[in-house]
Design a protein around this ligand. Structure first.
Ligand code: ATP
Ligand code: MG
Ligand code: FE
Length: 343
């Protein structure tokens, strides 16, 4: 079964054709980053306009590179939530029209469940249950996963998402947008021990697996004055972009790891599946790989960020089960069905 997947929740206009939830026949990701970079963040109005301009061309291109005429498609999936409403509506409406015109089954899917599915596109399906680590620009979720659509949230961020922290630190220091990849690259040449940034003091009661990024973000931004006053008083280490990036990145990832390891110990789960843009982080990947008692599965780098392939792959699982969404299905800014279990 060949599924056309459409993703337009944020600033990536993407479509893919995936066979049987596994084989990527084509995946086209048209990024709007240059249009938003000048503003150091996604401008919702620009995002939805660009999606409107691009969506038909992106779908046409993906069908051509997959070697498929529209008639060769067996089902259509699109992101319905969470994301920017105006952006979501473009891809969702296009997908519904495409399905309706050809009388194809249609399914609306959740973007975060799709990030979790991304690793399945290249790896053998992990055995359920496992621990999910969803780390992206808008979400930070540590969860127990019992099926492709059965997620119980164990921990989440109580303030900023981890990707958001990378983006904000990068914005204040002028490293570039979006910040994650820039900081990752700078960090390679920096000393992660140059600065000691604070770890949040959560982990009690209902916050046992929760994380927090506002304190770290503020602490790193507070170094900025010293960074600007190159001739000013020196701290324990030299305030270089590389040292700031490496120390921030280590702390940001260690915050995640503390919660993941705690959840693994408590639940006895030994497989961790990561997804979302921050899953591309080189320190996160190497630190998890070092834990020989855990099996850690990551999507390939090009499937960590937003893409149509993860939407088509997840959509296939629903369609195979016989699920269909009505054409009255609409977009929503928030996730649905992610229930939190309090420890
Ligand atoms: P969400 O998935 O929560 O709706 P989103 O779709 O905007 O949000 P993604 O596209 O999944 O988020 O991921 C983008 C985020 O990933 C950005 O915050 C970006 O800085 C971050 N990111 C990308 N590469 C890296 C990296 N190598 N290290 C750390 N963060 C990274
Ligand atoms: Mg993006
Ligand atoms: Fe995303």
């Amino acid at each position: 079964m060949k599924v056309l997947g459409i993703e337009s929740s944020c600033d990536e206009c993407s479509a893919a054709v995936v066979e049987d939830g596994k084989r990527i026949l084509s995946n086209v990701v048209a990024t709007q980053i240059p249009f938003h970079a000048v503003y150091d963040g996604v401008v919702p109005e620009i995002a939805s306009r660009k999606h409107t301009e691009w969506i038909a061309r992106v779908v046409k291109e993906v069908l051509e590179t997959a070697g498929e005429a529209p008639d060769g498609i067996d089902g259509v999936a699109a992101t319905a939530r969470p994301g920017l409403l105006g952006s979501l509506l473009v891809g969702l409406s296009f997908a519904k029209a495409f399905a309706w015109a050809r009388d194809l089954p249609f399914i609306a899917v959740d973007h975060m469940l799709a990030h979790l599915y991304a690793a399945n596109l290249t790896e053998n399906d992990p055995d359920y249950p496992f621990l999910g680590l969803l780390v992206s620009g808008g979400h930070t979720i540590i969860c127990r996963v019992d099926g492709f659509d059965a997620v119980t949230v164990l921990g989440t961020t109580i303030d900023d998402a981890v990707g958001e922290a990378f983006d904000k630190v990068s914005k204040y220091y002028g490293f570039g947008y979006p910040g994650g990849a820039y900081i990752d690259r700078l960090a390679v040449k920096g000393d992660p021990a140059a600065f000691r940034f604070p770890l949040p003091n959560l982990h009690k009661g209902e916050h046992r697996y929760d994380v927090s990024y506002s304190g770290l973000k503020t602490a790193v931004i507070n170094q900025l004055e010293q960074f600007r006053r190159k001739d000013g008083p020196r701290g324990p280490a030299e305030v270089t972009p590389e040292n700031i990036a490496a120390s921030f990145q280590k702390t940001a990832v260690d915050i995640l790891l503390r919660s993941v390891f705690r959840a693994a110990e408590d639940t006895g789960l030994t497989t961790v599946v990561a997804g979302g843009g921050v899953a591309a982080n080189s320190y996160l990947r190497s630190a998890l790989a070092e834990r020989k008692d855990l099996r850690c599965i990551f999507p390939p780098l090009d499937l960590c960020g937003d893409n149509g392939a993860m939407i088509a792959g997840l959509g296939y699982q629903y369609l195979k089960r016989g699920d269909r969404s009505p054409l009255s299905e609409t977009a929503s800014a928030r996730v649905r069905g992610f229930k939190k279990q309090y420890p």
